[in-house]
Design a protein around this ligand. Structure first.
Ligand code: CMC
Length: 427
């Protein structure tokens, strides 16, 4: 007979000797049950050991360097799938049939246009506006163009917003890029694939149809696939947290874009390039590494909250680098990056702390080779991450266990001070 007794954890409070028994489910104990029984809160800045949801979207084993979307290993998807098929998989939970795929691609392709007033809105930004600031504002603004999106409990309405957002992100991202260059915004070309169309809106000038090199198109598809989701990272947590107020998905996703803007998240690849430029030559690497070990510098593109092994996306990107550089010529910073990696992988400081290259270590080099200015890197991340954010948002909306996000705090300020009016204080 198998033992059906639930696994439990006994917590003993040494202040009064009381014991509390907590049920262990899925490798976790309930924080609210813990609070009810013990009267204690769990202190966890940055949620390093707090599960905020149950999710069936993305699986990561950081120790083993494994990443799977809906159970499919990232390596297989990057090798043989397309971004839109992966987006379908993330959103719907399973791979599409041929008919579902055709319908999905058709829907996305025919929602790439935005209202002309969105264009005017974007044109109103300063000439040197950061494209990520433009993207997050214009995605937020879409909620005013689709007020029905507030009806988040209607399945059909949700589907329409998901299609719209995945479809329009390349348009908004490309226009925010053209804006800084003072070039006319290019309208979507519905005869092109998702990645080709994006490249067309970025780089087309007077030619009738933009003709992208298929190797670059494939490299972009791979980068999109690798960035599509990454479970409960900072921006996804922002989408879920804001989404938990039951706001429309445009507003929730624009919160995700805002989170991604930061240098410790999506901005790390830009920081990698700055770092490589600052190092300048291979001879300067030892001195730089000393600075890192002393805590004066950070080796950007290294380390990860979850991966304590090589980030599997970094391996795939490193391979994609070769394909891109075959078309564009080698980025001279590559040599410095490779040398840094070699040294770090053997150095005790990095080995002991399990610091390995993450997805951002090489992606900036590829983006730069593709002629993107550094400000565009996070935009290139946000476009594909939209499908992941929306898959997570859908899960949140349907999750009966979810509540509005509202963490506790440990108050450290003053109490019960006596307020003296300004006129008396300054007399
Ligand atoms: N260079 C030097 N030391 C580092 C680095 C680094 N890149 N990353 C972590 N450490 C050290 C850190 O100083 C600490 O050492 P000690 O124990 O002596 O105090 C130890 O390693 C643990 O670091 P942590 O800051 O507690 O780790 P974390 O999980 O809070 O931070 C991280 C994760 C990604 C923010 C951090 O590794 C980092 O700042 N890396 C550089 C920025 C970067 O590449 N970010 C992109 C992350 S991947 C993007 C994504 O998946 O969305």
């Amino acid at each position: 007979m198998t033992d059906t007794t639930p696994a439990t954890l006994t917590v003993r409070d040494n202040r009064d000797g009381s014991e509390h028994e907590l049920t262990i489910t899925d490798g976790a104990v309930s924080a609210s049950e813990f609070g009810k029984q013990t009267g204690l809160a769990l202190y966890d800045p940055g949620f390093t050991n707090t599960a905020s949801c149950r999710s069936a979207v993305t699986y990561i084993d950081g120790e083993a360097g494994i990443l799977e979307y809906r159970g499919y290993p990232i390596e297989q998807l990057a090798e043989s799938s397309t971004y839109l098929e992966v987006a379908y998989l993330l959103i719907h939970g399973e791979l599409p049939t041929q008919q579902q795929h055709e319908e999905w691609v058709h829907e996305i392709t025919f929602h790439t246009y935005v209202h002309e007033n969105v264009k005017s809105l974007m044109q109103g930004f300063r000439y040197d506006a950061h494209p990520m600031g433009m993207l997050l504002s214009s995605v937020g603004a879409l909620s005013t163009f689709y007020p029905e999106s507030r009806d988040i409990h209607d399945e059909q309405v949700r589907h329409e917003q998901i299609v719209r957002m995945i479809a329009k992100m390349p348009t908004l991202g490309a226009w925010s890029f053209r804006h800084a260059q003072g070039k006319p915004y290019i309208y979507p070309d519905n005869e092109l694939s998702y990645a080709e169309n994006f490249l067309s809106m970025l780089f087309k000038m007077s030619e009738r149809q933009y003709d992208a090199d298929p190797r670059l198109v494939r490299a972009l598809e791979i980068l999109f696939i690798l960035h599509a989701d990454h479970e409960q990272n900072c921006s996804t947590n922002a989408v879920r947290s804001v989404g938990s107020s039951q706001v429309d998905p445009y507003s929730a996703v624009s919160a995700g874009i805002a989170a991604l803007y930061g240098p410790l998240h999506g901005g790390a690849n830009e920081a990698v390039l700055k770092m490589l430029r600052k190092i300048k030559t291979k001879d300067n690497i030892p001195a730089f590494m000393e600075g890192v070990k002393k805590g004066d510098e950070r080796l950007m593109g290294f380390g990860h909250r979850v991966y304590k092994n090589y980030d599997p996306r970094a391996t795939i990107i490193k391979k994609a680098c070769d394909d891109v550089f075959e078309v564009t010529g080698v980025n001279p910073l590559l040599e410095i990056a490779q040398e840094l990696e070699k040294i770090a992988l053997e150095d005790e400081y990095f080995v002991k702390r399990k610091l390995y290259p993450n997805v951002d270590f090489y992606s900036g080099l590829i983006y730069e080779a593709l002629q993107f200015p550094a400000e565009m890197f996070t935009v290139l991340f946000a476009i594909p991450r939209t499908s992941g954010w929306l898959a997570q948002w859908l899960e949140l909306v349907d999750d009966k266990e979810q509540k509005i996000a509202r963490p506790k705090q440990i108050y450290t300020g003053e109490r019960q001070l006596k307020f003296v009016p300004a006129a008396e204080r300054w007399a």
